[in-house]
Structures are given as C-alpha cells and as structure tokens.
Design a protein around this ligand. Structure first.
Ligand code: RIB
Ligand code: CA
Length: 315
C-alpha cells in the first residue's frame, strides 16, 4: 500500500534530495508540496519547489505557504549553507509551472478532508504552515494519519545554537503547537540524522546511477559539502530531510523512543526540544495530553544511504 504524503518544505539542498526520493519511490504517493520560508525566502523556496517538480518530470501540485514565523522575527536565511538561491547556486532562472491557487494551509486541510485518516504530513522545514493548519482546522489531528517531521534534537546538540536545531528555532511557537496537538508524530531529529553521513563518493555514485536527478543533486550539493568541510570541519554532510522521507517507508532503519516533547520558546535555549520518555515519571505539570511522539535516537546510516541510492537508481 502506498503512503499518501504531503511534504512541507523549504528547498533547500537536502530538501531536494528528499523530494526527488519521494517522487521516485514506488511506495510513496506525493499529493503535493507545500512551501515555507526557511533555507531561503518563501518566493525562492517556492520557485525551487516548482523547479524540482519540473526537473522530476511529474505532475505534482505546489502550494505556496507562510513567509515568516508566527511570532518571532524571521531569522537570517542560511545562504552560507544552501546558497543565496537555496539550491547551491544551480536553481534555474525560470520555471514553467505555477503554484495552485490554494494557500499551503488550505491545501493541507483540503487534502486531509478528502482523504480522512490516510495522509501523512512530512514537514522538513519550519513548522509554521502546520501550526496555522491546526489553528484553522482544530479537527486536523483526527483527519491526518500521522506527522513525520525532520527537526529538533533530544540528546544531541543543536545545529544553530547548542540547544536548537534549525527547523525548530525558525519558529519555536509553531513547533510547540505541533508537539502539543493530539496526534501521532515521528521526530527525525539530529540524534538520528547525524548518524546518516552522506559522502562525496556516495553522491558521485548517485550522479552516475541516478540519471538527470542524480547529476543535479551532485551539482547542487557542492556548496553543502563545502560548508560542512570549511565551517563544520566534516568531510561528509548530514542527510537530514531524506531521513524523514525514508522513515515513512523504512522505520526499521531507525531506533525510536515513545515520548512527549515540549519546545522552549523563550531565552537563550529557544528552539530546544525536550523529550520526556513515556517510561520516565515526572511530577512537573505540562507533559500529559500531548502528541504521542516517536523520538528517533539513532539510525542505521549505511542502510538509509543504500536504500536511497537503490530507489534513485531504479529509473
Ligand atoms: O537542521 C536541518 C534542517 O534545516 C533541514 O530541514 C534543512 O533543510 C534545514 O531546513
Ligand atoms: Ca528543509
């Protein structure tokens, strides 16, 4: 049975790896892409989403979403990581497609109502659209099958501050709304994605066996590798967003702990996701009646990467 999903995305180089995988997988039906600011401004991330769908040669709706966070000031865009164009400098100047009329939030709500209990939401950027959808349609948790998101860090350090991962710190209030809702969530945070180490050698194989999409990803990721090498001091890069898509169909590649998750929204630790395993007692209020979260704590990195290459090479 194919997994019906909507990818909420801020393409973004690792978003591109994730989106091509989902569009290529025979196990996934992508109902649409909803765009959000994050790795670049909303106009650029939306342009990039349209360009990725066009390059993949598929008919996949793209709905434009939020241009900024619910409450905080929009953080500076990470051009040093994803490039000014959000795609490592290789985003095409023009695209042939255009967005659908509906705002991303309405697209999500309408798809959930049309497929009650069948749609998995896969946010791989800031959670603003998802929080807005919850506010507009309070019954959304009853209509959505589950949420599989890339974001957060339970025990690992953050990647923007020592406390916070990028997708969460971009809109901590939105993240808290998502983790407080009454639904099933899988959190692919840095604890797991740091175990998935994409090397230039693997990308070279992808470029050879993955056709035009593989070749494009090699071009787009040159800057991503350079950032990891020059700034982070790593000779590989972390496979963040694709790990969330792969979790949807290969959860066995990940180990997870059933938990509640709360988000720090103020102060120097803003954007920190704090996980309380269901097996741990606390007298502190505020941990009950929240999302039932599978917090992924590790991943079988080689298995994830081998699977990714297998799907991308399948033509
Ligand atoms: O922390 C990694 C996340 O932030 C990924 O989704 C990446 O695309 C950026 O959005
Ligand atoms: Ca992303």
């Amino acid at each position: 049975m194919t997994e019906k999903i909507i990818i909420d995305t801020d393409p973004g180089i690792d978003d591109a790896f994730a989106i091509f995988y989902a569009l290529r997988s025979s196990e996934i039906e992508v109902l649409g892409l909803t765009t959000v600011y994050g790795n670049a401004p909303i106009a650029q991330t939306t342009h990039n989403a349209l360009a990725l769908v066009e390059r993949a040669g598929v008919a996949c709706p793209v709905a434009r979403g939020a241009e900024g966070p619910l409450e905080i000031e929009c953080r500076p865009y990470p051009a040093m990581v994803h490039g000014e164009d959000g795609m490592g400098g290789v985003s095409p100047a023009t695209v042939s497609g255009s967005v659908v009329e509906e705002h991303a939030v309405d697209f999500i709500i309408q798809a959930a109502r049309a497929n009650p209990g069948d749609v998995t939401l896969v946010p791989i950027g800031p959670l603003t659209n998802i929080a807005l959808a919850l506010q507009k349609e309070p019954d959304l948790p009853k209509l959505i099958k589950r949420v599989v998101l890339m974001g957060g860090a339970a025990n690992a350090n953050g990647n923007v501050t020592p406390a916070a991962e990028a997708n969460i710190i971009d809109d901590p209030e939105a993240a808290e709304i998502v983790f407080a809702a009454d639904w099933e969530v899988a959190m692919l945070g840095l604890d797991a994605t740091h175990d998935v180490k994409l090397t230039r050698e693997r990308v070279a194989v992808l470029a050879e066996k993955g056709g035009d999409l593989g070749a494009f990803l090699q071009q787009a990721s040159a800057q991503y590798f350079a950032f990891h090498q020059d700034v982070v001091g790593l000779d590989f890069c972390h496979f963040h967003d694709p790990s969330a898509l792969i979790y949807c169909v290969r959860p066995q590649f990940f180990s997870a702990q059933a938990s509640s998750v709360r988000v720090v929204t103020q102060g120097f630790a803003a954007g920190k996701t704090i996980a309380k395993p269901n097996t741990r007692f606390t007298a502190q209020d505020g941990w009950d009646n929240r999302a039932r979260v599978e917090v992924c704590l590790s991943a079988d990195g080689p298995a994830v990467l081998d699977h990714y290459l297998h799907v991308m090479s399948a033509g």
